[in-house]
Design a protein around this ligand. Structure first.
Ligand code: COA
Length: 330
């Protein structure tokens, strides 16, 4: 097995207090609590209020991660923020986060890899550290999806929620083999229109027509996305385990992107990992896209499901399509 060079030193999270339950959604669109639970496993999701911008939520999660790692904002070399719902199209939310943290010595940029954004960010951090270009890298996955979801479309609005997670990534600090054992990234841009926002960018700038047809909202072909998500995440798990020189039996906990309980169960089944060793919190947060893996990892640590020495398999899938995986020893 390879000796790790880079470690995920700490993790932090922030989730808004406001809860949007299935019962609330029953009053907004033609749906039922039973349908949502059966098809998605989701019972409730968190929704940001007006003051909870993406930069704000990311800052709270980052402060958590930084204090747990004992690193100050001034010591950061790079801030990478994965999101599909930036506060503004220009500049990056990472730059806004940098200013709010006072991370005056850092370079900051966003990554657009949708739900895979956190794992893409971790892998970029790993590469920059490996290349000697950075020591302390803050990787954030955050979303304010409630601002880009159409609450009149029952096929999408039941799925998504808001939140942020963050981690401090740095060169390994001890010889206990703690750190990133392997990572894997992949995309297929030919499938972009199965999960996308058609309007609002430079291709289709804001217009009266756009407001009427709702093209700035998130659009999704649910069934197609479902099939690809399972296939790609299962493949990503196999790739990361293979390059770490580990088997599925070595995995203490698998933390898949929290999109839908049926996607999670099918991915676990394809990967041969029993559900007792799979983290699930989609019931309480819905799909928080780039924030889902760091929020789930933070909770797994807090609940004692993983600890020092645990082998953790992370896997993500999202719009693009993008998918990714990583094996960590905590
Ligand atoms: N409540 C009640 N009925 C609903 C509904 C809702 N919220 N949303 C859709 N339906 C209806 C559909 O209109 C359709 O009705 P019809 O048969 O009369 O046409 C029926 O339910 C079945 O729709 P379908 O889209 O085939 O359902 P599904 O079993 O595929 O479940 C999703 C829909 C969205 C839950 C599911 O496809 C899914 O989770 N896909 C992946 C989405 C995802 O995770 N995206 C992010 C990836 S990172």
């Amino acid at each position: 097995m390879k000796r790790p060079i880079v470690e995920v030193a700490s993790i932090g999270k922030y989730t808004p207090a406001k809860v949007l339950s299935n019962a609330d959604l029953e009053k907004m669109v033609d749906t039922t609590d039973a349908w949502i639970r059966e098809r998605t496993g989701i019972a409730e999701r968190r929704i940001a209020d007006d003051s909870e911008t993406l930069a704000f939520m990311s800052k709270q999660a980052s402060l958590d991660a930084l204090s747990r790692a004992g690193v100050s904002p001034e010591e950061l070399d790079v801030i990478v923020l994965g999101t599909a719902s930036p506060d503004r199209l220009l500049p990056s939310t990472a730059c806004e986060l940098q200013a709010e943290l006072g991370a005056t010595n850092a370079a900051a940029f966003d990554i657009g890899a949708a739900c895979s954004g956190f794992l893409y960010g971790l892998t970029v951090a790993e590469g920059m550290i490996y290349a000697g270009q950075a020591k302390n890298v803050l990787v954030v996955g955050g979303e304010r999806l409630s601002r880009i979801v159409n609450y009149e479309d029952r096929a999408t609005c039941i799925l998504f929620g808001d939140g942020a997670g963050a981690s401090l990534v740095r060169p390994v600090t001890d010889s206990s083999n703690r750190g990133v054992l392997s990572s894997y990234l992949k995309s297929d841009g030919r499938l972009a229109e199965l999960l996308y926002r058609p309007g609002g960018g430079a291709n289709e700038p804001p217009s009266e027509k756009m407001l009427q047809n709702g093209s700035y909202f998130l659009h999704m072909a649910g069934r197609e996305v479902f099939k690809h998500a399972v296939k790609c995440m299962a493949d990503a798990c196999a790739q990361a385990l293979d390059s770490a020189g580990l088997s599925r039996d070595d995995v203490d906990l698998m933390i898949p992107h929290q999109a839908n309980i049926r996607i999670i169960e099918s991915t676990a089944k394809h990967s041969g990992i029993p559900m007792e060793r799979v983290m699930v919190n989609v019931d309480r947060y819905g799909n928080t896209s780039a924030a889902s893996i760091p929020i789930a990892l933070e909770e797994a640590l807090a609940e004692g499901r993983v600890g020092k020495g645990s082998v953790i398999l992370l896997a993500a899938f999202g719009g693009g399509f993008t998918w990714a995986s990583m094996v960590l020893r905590w």
